[in-house]
Design a protein around this ligand. Structure first.
Ligand code: SF4
Length: 378
């Protein structure tokens, strides 16, 4: 049986918003990126550690993980600790607790041929908790009304309906490399309303290859994002923006175009990457040619270079303090805090302009700590 459903839970945000994308992605060649392989291997390690912690059989996969390193081990252990804490909390509710690891969940009641695999599903009386591990760093993932997790929750509600009296759903994202743990709660009746009113109608259209193309943030996870006409048209619309004053961009003009810029930049980069791949495969673009990009000088033989520098009376190697993540992996979290807790601080991040409804607190530029002062400290 295929490991991925045609309408997968993980891609649900995309095919719910753009029902046409399901068929488009089905037809597009799917070569997993190195990032995807890294994420998949980190998941394998997480699964192993949680099963081991639960006292279940689990063969150590580390020998076969191409990208395995101390950082992966550290984050997977952290995830395992989080899961075990949540299991302990569920046990406090009383009654039997079910823990599913890499739990296959049937969504076919709402999504044709739909199924998904939940990283961890904890079912207890009154509560189903869905925990999803994200190893990526590119996008900060929120659990709030996250359609992927809501799909898993539906599958879990459907499966455990007769065993548990469930009225509450908790969704959690554990994204350690972004220091992000996001949780969201909703009632089962809210979940079922969404399933009937949003998920099922979109799934029906997407399964049949019907509905509309609709571009938006979800395009970044679409296999045809670089050459989709709807996405191109939406982004090119921005170029037609009519400015009131021909000489200067007013603050209102800037405020109007700011929300579109991230999508525009991401689309432009996708088109550039796609065109480069096509050019390398032989396509010629009028007015463009392939050339070598900038490159940095390198030693032809590092050992020989070091010997030559030593022979000349100089020190060829530099000693560098390990980074926080590598040091934490080396010492373990507890020892790290004991030894270095007082020697670690988090500098303020460089100011960025974000939408007003983003949850991050606003910087007060009217205090003595002005933005330029803050930039100085960085
Ligand atoms: S790129 Fe966007 S608009 Fe185009 S098919 Fe994919 S999701 Fe739909």
């Amino acid at each position: 049986m295929s490991k991925h459903a045609y309408l997968s839970a993980s891609a649900s945000a995309r095919w719910i918003a753009c029902t046409k994308s399901a068929k488009e992605c089905e037809n597009a060649a799917d070569t997993p990126s190195e990032y995807a392989k890294l994420g998949s291997e980190a998941h394998t390690l997480c699964e192993h550690l949680v099963l081991k912690a639960l006292g279940r059989d689990a063969a150590d996969p580390t020998g076969s993980l191409e990208h395995y390193d101390a950082e992966m081990q550290y984050h997977a252990e952290d995830y395992c600790g989080f899961v075990m804490t949540k299991i302990a909390e569920a046990k406090k509710i009383g009654g039997d607790v079910f823990v599913g690891v890499e739990q296959r969940l049937d969504l076919s009641r709402w999504v044709p041929d739909g199924f998904g695999t939940g990283d961890c599903v904890i079912a207890a009386d009154g509560l189903i908790h869905i925990i999803d591990f994200k190893y990526g760093t590119g996008v900060l993932v929120s659990a709030e009304r996250n359609s992927q997790l809501m799909c898993y929750a539906l599958g879990a509600v459907d499966t455990f309906d007769t065993l548990y009296r469930t009225d509450k759903i908790r969704l959690s994202i554990f994204q350690p490399r972004r220091e992000n743990i996001s949780s969201y709660e909703m009632s089962v009746s809210e979940l079922l309303t969404w399933a009937d009113e949003v998920l099922a109608p979109a799934a029906k259209l997407a399964y049949a290859g019907e509905g509309e193309y609709a571009a938006g943030e979800h395009c970044r996870f679409c296999a045809v994002k670089a050459f989709c006409k709807t996405r191109a048209e939406q982004n090119m619309e921005l170029a037609k923006y009519e400015f009131a004053d021909p000489a200067h961009l007013s603050d209102d003009d800037a405020a109007e175009i700011l929300p579109s810029l991230d999508n525009l930049v991401s689309w432009a980069n996708d088109v550039k990457d796609y065109a480069l791949k096509q050019a390398l495969a032989g396509t010629r673009y009028s007015g463009f040619k392939l050339a070598e990009g900038r490159s940095a000088r390198k030693y032809t033989d590092e050992t020989a270079a070091a010997k030559a520098v030593e022979a000349a009376g100089y020190e060829p190697y530099e000693k560098k303090l390990k980074g926080i993540t590598a040091m934490t992996s080396e010492l373990g979290k507890k020892r790290f805090n004991e030894i270095l807790g007082g020697l670690v601080y988090k500098p303020p991040g460089k100011p960025i302009l974000i939408p007003a409804d983003d949850k991050r607190p606003e910087i007060n530029i009217h205090t003595n700590d002005s933005i330029s002062d803050q930039e100085e400290k960085i």
